[in-house]
Write a protein that binds this ligand. Structure first.
Ligand code: IMP
Ligand code: MG
Length: 171
């Protein structure tokens, strides 16, 4: 794994994730939230973020088809695993690793808003604005990054590197 270059260190990630958790705690003060993670990439972000949210919170996870083993998005999004609980009337925070072209989150926003939640917000650890094909933004963003392929802290390349504590660039 020596070919990988650290791009965002674990210390920087931890600090930013804590700030986002505190912001969410303020924004939803006195309410409960559902942290809805997009498998598998958001799992580590969600688990760290949740411990900085001082609200009544529950977890749910969804899974959508993604890039497979390539770096290219096919443009097609399919739901592989839907939510376990009803989202109606709840404060949903969709937790995602990267907002890239926006195809995935545009699809998920449509599906989830049809559940009639009370509030619907998106928390994305990373935002690659330059790659956007859909008009969508995240309410909470960890870091804006340029058009580079990154791994670690939950994110993979062909299912590898998810367990790296830092966010690294794949050359
Ligand atoms: P979008 O539909 O193009 O916005 O796709 C977002 C999804 O693509 C993210 O949830 C990631 O799973 C994946 N993805 C996009 N860029 C990267 C990257 O640099 N590294 C790893 N996965 C990525
Ligand atoms: Mg993903």
């Amino acid at each position: 794994m020596s070919e990988l270059k650290i791009y965002i260190s674990q210390e920087k990630i931890a600090k930013r994730v804590a700030e986002i958790g505190e912001q969410i705690s303020k924004d939803f003060a006195g309410e409960s939230v559902v942290l809805l993670g997009v498998l598998k990439g958001a799992a580590i972000f969600l688990s760290d973020l949740s411990r900085h949210i001082s609200l009544d919170a529950s977890f749910d996870f969804i899974s959508v088809s993604s890039y497979g083993n390539s770096k290219q998005n096919s443009g097609e999004v399919r739901m592989l695993k839907d939510v376990d609980q009803s989202m109606e009337g709840k404060n949903i925070i969709l937790v995602e690793d990267i907002l890239d072209t926006g195809l995935t989150l545009t699809f998920l926003s449509k599906v989830l808003k049809a559940h009639k939640p009370k509030a619907f917000k998106i928390a994305a650890l990373l935002d690659k604005k330059a790659r956007r094909l859909e008009n969508i933004h995240a309410d909470y963003v960890g870091f804006e990054i340029p058009d580079e392929f990154v791994v670690g802290y939950g994110m993979d390349y062909a299912e590898r590197y998810r367990n790296l504590p830092d966010i690294c660039i794949v050359p």
